[in-house]
Structure formats: C-alpha cells, structure tokens
Design a protein around this ligand. Structure first.
Ligand code: KIV
Ligand code: NA
Length: 275
C-alpha cells in the first residue's frame, strides 16, 4: 500500500478521508487513480450493477466475486467490503466465517456492517478476532424495511440520542471507522466530535471526517434519479449513449468499419486464393 492507511491519524490531523464505492476492475482502477483513500465494495452493487430494488438480495458470493475484481483493479488502496444482509446476524460463527471469506478469499482489508443493537456484539466478536470492522448507522439500507423507507434518520432528540449512543458503542466494540448515512448535519458533527474513530458521512454534512458516495451516482452511470445528498461530478450516461447511438448509426450506414479498422491480404496471396 503506497498511501497511508492510518485513518485515525488522518482524523487527528484534520485530513478528510475520500471514499467511493467500486464494484469491478475498471471502477476500482479509476477510483485508485483518482486518489481515493478507501474503496468500499458496497452491497449497493445489488441496485446499481445487478438491478435489484434493494440491497437485500445480495449474497456473500456476490460480494466475494465483486471484491475480487475490485482488488485486481486497486492493488494499492484500502478495500472495505460490505457484509450482506443476514450474514452477520445469526450467530458468531456464521459472522466470522462470512467476514473471513471476504478477507481471505476476496482480499478485503476490512468489512462493514449495518446497525447498532445486537450487531454491536458481532462487531466486538469480529474485532477481537482480528477482523477490522467499519460500522454503519443512520439510514441503513439493509433494514430500510423497518426504518419505513429511505428517509433521513435521527431527526428527533430521542432518535439522535440513540444514534449517538450506538455510535459510541460501535467505537467501544472496536470498530475502526463509522459510516453515518442520511442524518442531520448537526447530529453528524456531534457524533464525529464525540468519537475518536473517523466518521465518514454520506448525506451527513460537511463536519464528518470524510465522505463516501456511490460510484454510479457520482458519475451518473446507469442511475436515473439520485438522492439529494449526491453531487453528480460527471455524466457518463450521456457520453456512453452518444457513442453507442453513433455506433448503431454507422453500422446501419456502412460507415463503420473504416479502412483503418480493417485488415488486408497481400496482392499475391489474394491472387493465389482466387486462382
Ligand atoms: O453499499 C453502499 O454503497 C454503502 C454506502 C452508501 C455507504 O453502504
Ligand atoms: Na452498503
């Protein structure tokens, strides 16, 4: 690894952590080349690359498959892999096995799990077994069903208090970083100040220790509507579509391939061929 992976020091020094998801070789390669501090192989891949309506159908095998590709594309970047729905809930043994597969088979440096409550115990068990864990609180897409959809979390004083407490428990359980998704900026600021570990926000304002976004949202690739917290830095839908439409047209018009895309035979070989 050429870059620092001392994310705690980055927080202490006030250097923001830039994180992006990636799901395959080319996206990982570009994320690394752009200077990302951390890459997340998010289970958002279920939605943005596999076309499911939620992250729930994503399997451990899906995550292993995509993490391997990301690893090949970004050999010098710290890679976090999401643990899919219900792979860290049943019991400690299942949890450890799932996390170990993401690290040993797929090459992730760390895993990420959603939620407080009983997940805290799993975070403790994993970290004390040597598995680096990122926690994820606030809007946790795997449990959007019980949160009442994709909504801003922690807006009331009670909900904010619970989130702060959960965040502290994640830190105490040994998580080395925390993702906070879709919460008011004031709460994110309070949590980031209360924790020693870096807090990486997505829809959590500017006062966190870093930011994470979904690759396809950032470059507008395949996605149609994006959440309010996304900034679209590029629109590759447009350039891909333009290119593809031009290709169709040129095939129909016999404008492609041109001479420079075409192989030829020597005159004497041609003469021999046709006798
Ligand atoms: O799966 C994902 O992309 C995530 C980020 C939104 C944090 O969990
Ligand atoms: Na995720």
């Amino acid at each position: 690894m050429k870059k620092t992976t001392d994310f705690l020091a980055m927080k202490e020094n006030g250097e923001k952590i830039a994180m992006l998801t990636a799901y395959d070789y080319p996206s990982a390669k570009l994320a690394e080349e752009a200077g990302m501090d951390m890459i997340l192989v998010g289970d958002s891949l279920g939605m943005v690359v596999l076309g499911y309506d939620s992250t729930v159908p994503v399997t451990l095998d899906d995550m292993i498959h995509h993490t391997k590709a990301v690893k090949r594309g970004a050999k010098d970047t710290f890679i976090v892999a999401d643990m899919p729905f219900m792979t860290y809930h049943l019991n400690r043994e299942e949890t450890i096995k799932s996390a170990a597969a993401l690290m040993q088979q797929a090459g992730a440096h760390a895993v990420k799990v959603e939620g407080g409550d009983h997940v805290i115990d799993m975070i403790h068990y994993m970290t004390s077994s040597g598995i680096p864990v990122v926690a994820h609180l606030g809007l946790t897409p795997q449990t959007a069903g019980v949160l009442g959809g994709y909504k801003v979390q922690g807006k009331t004083a009670d909900a904010a208090e619970k989130l702060l407490n959960d965040a502290l428990k994640c830190e105490q359980a040994g998580a080395f970083a925390l993702v906070l998704e879709c919460i008011p900026k004031q709460l994110a600021q309070k949590i980031a100040a209360a924790l020693k570990i870096p807090v990486i926000g997505i829809g959590a304002g500017l006062e966190t220790d870093g930011q994470v976004l979904v690759f396809h949202d950032v470059v507008t690739f395949g996605v149609e509507r994006v959440p309010k917290f996304v900034k679209q830095y590029a629109n590759i839908n447009e350039s891909i579509l333009n290119g593809l439409q031009q290709y169709v047209k040129e095939v129909k018009d016999c404008a492609f391939p041109e001479e420079r895309h075409t192989f030829t035979m020597k005159q004497e070989e041609l003469a021999a061929l046709y006798g």
